[in-house]
Ligand binder design. Structure first.
Ligand SMILES: Nc1ncnc2c1ncn2[C@@H]1O[C@H](COP(=O)(O)OP(=O)(O)OP(=O)(O)O)[C@@H](O)[C@H]1O
Ligand SMILES: [Mg+2]
Length: 281
């Protein structure tokens, strides 16, 4: 009976191609209740939505986040929905304290929402195991922060190489290091830093430090750059130079989500969204 059943299952070509959860659920339901197969098969696309927009790269649905400090509760995000397509340059604006950084951290899996889902290429991050989440943060996302977060103990080149070095492991790094060093040097050269490779971050100007941070974000060729106030610590001329780097990257197809409270800077993006009262307005 079991063989016959699985034989039918194999012979019957599924009408819809689903991966992972949906496919497994259909198989389970089929095994539990053979007669329901056609019924289940017809409804799974609805249950798992997901008439997936293949252009979507990063999206979130009904994100809620509350910080609790003793008896005080601060509801920061109250049901945020966002969809970002491949190649978009999205600016997230809003007043100070409106939750822009909180949202960016949740999108990049640096923090978890209390409720809601984040999808990368249609896959819910909640279904990712720890190692896959690390890989997502490391390889798919490049972070750029207002205060650079570079390590002063390391040279510029070493700062850029830190992430591939950590993710490769000792043996992997022996194999990869030469190629990675070449790629890092090329990136730094493209960002106008070829003369600063052996400098330490404290020996650089603010704009130069931010360009090192951008090189560090780009070294793994991420699918999405998440930038939190990347010009917030720079004078307007240097800030404009950094924006030009982002614009150039975006013209080459790089997806960017950039937080800024400066409307003038936000205008450079192809789409502006605003966080107000915990939601996108
Ligand atoms: N770890 C935390 N614990 C408690 N409260 C927090 C925490 N992180 C952020 N908050 C609070 O949540 C609110 C939103 O913070 P968030 O940093 O996301 O705002 P923001 O929009 O990025 O502000 P800014 O433009 O000033 O950077 C703020 O009021 C902040 O004080
Ligand atoms: Mg912030």
């Amino acid at each position: 009976m079991e063989a016959k059943r699985s034989g039918i299952f194999l012979r019957k070509k599924p009408r819809f191609q689903f991966k992972n959860k949906a496919q497994n659920l259909r198989r389970l339901l089929y095994e539990k209740c053979c007669k329901c197969f056609i019924y289940v098969d017809s409804f799974l696309p609805i249950i798992y939505h997901k008439k997936m927009d293949t252009d979507l790269i990063l999206s979130c649905r009904q994100i809620f986040k509350t910080y609790k400090m003793g008896a005080t509760r601060l509801e920061v995000l109250k049901g945020v929905d966002l969809e970002v397509k491949k190649g978009e340059f999205v600016a997230v604006t809003g007043a100070s304290g409106s939750g822009k950084s909180t949202l960016l951290h949740i999108l990049g899996a640096l923090d978890k929402p209390d409720k809601g889902s984040v999808f990368f290429e249609g896959k819910d991050l909640i279904s990712f195991k720890n190692s896959k989440i690390n890989e997502f943060r490391n390889k798919k996302i490049g972070f750029v922060f207002q205060f650079y977060h570079l390590l002063d103990e390391l040279t510029v080149l070493q700062n850029v190489l830190l992430s591939p070095m950590v993710s490769s492991g000792a043996i992997g790094w022996l194999i990869r290091s030469k190629q990675a060093k070449k790629a890092a040097a090329k990136l730094l050269e493209q960002l106008g830093l070829s003369g600063r490779i052996e400098h330490r971050p404290f020996q650089l100007s603010g704009g130069e430090r931010q360009r090192v941070a951008i090189a560090r974000a780009l070294i793994n060729q991420p699918d999405v750059i998440l930038a939190d106030e990347p010009t917030g610590n720079l004078d307007s001329e240097t800030g404009n130079d950094i924006l030009k780097v982002f614009e150039k990257l975006n013209s080459a197809g790089q997806t960017i989500i950039m937080v800024t409270h400066d409307d003038r800077i936000a205008q450079k993006a192809s789409r502006i969204i605003r966080l107000t009262d915990g939601k996108i307005s």
